[in-house]
Ligand binder design. Structure first.
Ligand code: F6R
Length: 614
């Protein structure tokens, strides 16, 4: 949610900042802007719309040569997506330029105070008050670092702030509370960004800023303090992926590339999980076996696609560990006074590790003394850092806004955690756990097989381009798959799409079925006799009412053939693993449908990849 870049070094700041913004555009694309310091003055340019709008004016403009600058790509919160509301925002006399990610919750009160003191604010944003406050501190004699420390103490909410001053050509100053910020350490150059992707082509050495810290960067140094000005430290790390991972590698869209990467992503998530003696291991575990044995309830918190992964996980966790498991939308969790105590384990699933709804739910759980285990794809992000244990999904960077490989690897991670708990608590024998891990290890090959036979699904999407709505049905773990198929279609193709538990259909939603409505049906493996039979009946029920049935069923399942207008074959896999193969055709369908409609696949309207506001 908003991408931020800062740079000081020997290269053209404009080139570095624009290159960084290009890689961060997935975080928001409502507007973009840059500020450069040159010859004792600030040069700024900003435009509503995608980064390409800004690039266009910049190519017409003559930006002065500069080696120090900042940039921003916006996901609008306060104020519409206009040129005026785009960042950077300037102080009263244009001495300070500032970019911001997050929300300043007390901005109305601060704005009132500034206006009463004669300040004229030009935008409707919450950010502009901060640039005015910073500049007022500079005017009172503070340097930019001290000004930032003082101003941060006045702010409530979540923010990453990055600022430059016209008369300070040596440094960029930034601050962080509840929103991400990393420092990139190059040779004679230093970077700031919301995400390492922004500077990965220049350096892989990074430092992650902690909560409530201010950092000052120069070409050769960085200096971190807390908001009171006391020295503080960040956490150094080396980025283990390179520029190639952040490129499209010949695909038209990141989403296509990420769908294709799913077999490898699953394999990487499984890699290195077996310790000596065949015992499973997590990445970071700060909980003892005794604490895990004491767990009497699991609550999974997550949003969107990650929530759907949690719904799948519930089936595996309860089946393998016999621990009751609830799955809750993170945005609802803390507002319902949930029953949580020291024997509750909360599993927070978040690809980005920065989703504010999930972070706030996690903090609420920890306040109630619950143990928190994070599943995340982003090393060192806030959610894993604030958790008692972490399992990383090693899916590699996911850039397309619509999540694909993260979803499959989140399911794998959840299954590993369920098996880990079963191992510690002795609810399964070691050989049973080993057999499931072996089956999980077959999943990359199974997904590869689905991808190799996916062309008819693409053709179907093109054919159904004008369908007014699409329904998705599933039972058991097929139900979250149906929800995920519908979510993908909504967010990418902007279509009415609904996922239902197939048994629930007759309680109302079947009224939506009319002649020709496409209905996807995720059929459970035949091994689940009762479930399978019920699903075959459900297919007949919708077909009898005119639906066009698109049936996803395992190889050799002939019982469904007479009722399938279209049949999508899935490799035969155990029921609890079926979402790993059944979701893939639905991802491809949504992607192709959006392509057929001419939508932007990687950057669907109104969305952003990392949702750092509540
Ligand atoms: C949908 C999608 C979102 C995210 C959700 C949570 O394709 O990507 O629904 O799954 O915003 O994001 P993370 O996992 O980063 O917490």
């Amino acid at each position: 949610m908003c991408g931020i870049v800062g740079y000081v070094g020997a290269q053209s700041a404009l080139d570095v900042v624009m290159g960084g913004l290009r890689r961060l555009e997935y975080r928001g694309y409502d507007s973009a802007g840059v500020a450069l310091v040159a010859d004792g003055a600030l040069f700024t340019e900003k435009r509503a719309g995608k980064l390409s709008n800004l690039s266009k004016v910049l190519s017409e403009d003559t930006a002065p040569p500069s080696t120090l600058g900042i940039g921003h790509t916006r996901w609008a919160t306060h104020g519409a997506a206009t040129d005026r509301n785009a960042h950077p925002h300037l102080g009263a006399r244009g001495r300070v330029a500032l970019v911001h990610n997050g929300i300043i919750e007390n901005f109305a009160q601060l704005r009132g105070q500034l206006e009463a003191a004669g300040h004229e604010l030009r935008s409707e944003t919450d950010t502009e008050v901060v640039s005015h406050l910073l500049e007022a501190e500079l005017d009172a004699g503070a340097d930019l670092t001290t000004a930032m420390q003082r101003v941060c103490k006045q702010l409530d909410g979540a923010f990453t702030l990055v600022a430059v001053a016209s008369d300070d050509p040596e440094r960029v100053v930034a601050a962080r509370r509840n929103s991400p910020l990393v420092i990139g350490l190059g040779a004679d150059e230093t970077f700031l960004a919301s995400d390492v992707a922004a500077f990965i082509e220049h350096t892989r050495d990074a430092v992650e800023l902690g909560q409530d810290q201010v950092v000052t960067i120069t070409r050769s140094e960085f200096d971190i303090t807390d908001f009171a000005g006391n020295p503080a430290e960040g956490k150094r790390f080396h980025v283990d992926w390179d520029i190639a991972a952040a490129e499209k590698a010949g695909y038209d869209y990141f989403m296509l590339k990420e769908i294709a990467e799913q077999p490898e992503a699953i394999a990487n998530t499984l890699l290195g999980r077996s310790a000596t003696g065949g015992r499973l291991q997590l990445d970071e575990m700060r909980l003892s076996d005794d604490e895990l044995r004491a767990v009497d309830k699991i609550i999974i918190i997550a949003c969107g696609t990650a929530f759907h992964a949690g719904l799948v996980a519930k089936y595996a966790i309860e089946h393998w560990t016999r621990i009751p498991c609830e799955v809750e939308l993170a945005s609802e969790f803390r507002y319902r006074d949930p029953v949580v105590d020291r024997d509750t384990m909360v599993i927070a699933i978040s690809q980005s590790g920065e989703t504010m709804d999930t972070l706030m739910a996690l903090r609420h759980a920890r306040d109630q003394r619950a143990k928190v285990l994070a599943i995340s794809n982003t090393n060192g992000s806030t959610i894993p850092r604030e958790s008692d244990a972490v399992l990383y999904t090693h899916a590699g960077i996911e850039i397309a806004v619509a999540s694909t490989k993260a979803f499959l690897t989140q399911i794998v991670a959840c299954h590993l955690i369920a098996l880990y708990l079963a191992q510690v608590r002795g609810t399964m024998f070691g050989d049973e756990i080993g057999a499931i891990v072996d089956e999980l290890e077959q999943m990359p090959a199974a997904v590869t097989k689905v991808l190799a036979t996916i062309e008819p699904v693409r053709a179907l999407a093109r054919e159904l381009r004008d369908a007014p709505a699409v329904l998705f049905l599933g039972r058991h773990v097929g139900y979250p798959v149906a929800l995920e198929g519908a979510l993908k279609l909504k967010e990418l193709a902007y279509m009415q799409a609904e996922g239902f538990a197939a048994g629930e259909l007759k309680h109302g939603p079947i009224a939506l079925v009319e002649q020709g409505v496409p209905v996807f049906v995720v059929v459970p493996p035949q091994g689940r006799g009762q479930l399978h039979e019920k699903m075959v009946s459900n297919i007949q029920e919708v077909r009898a009412r005119g639906a066009r049935t698109i049936v996803l069923a395992e190889e050799g399942d002939d019982a469904v053939t007479p009722y399938a207008d279209e049949l999508v074959r899935l490799p035969s896999v155990p029921t609890l693993l079926q979402p790993l193969v059944a979701t893939v055709p639905l991802q491809v369908f949504a992607c192709e449908m959006a392509t057929a409609k001419g939508h932007d696949i990687d950057q669907p309207r109104n969305l952003a990849k990392s949702v750092t506001v509540e």
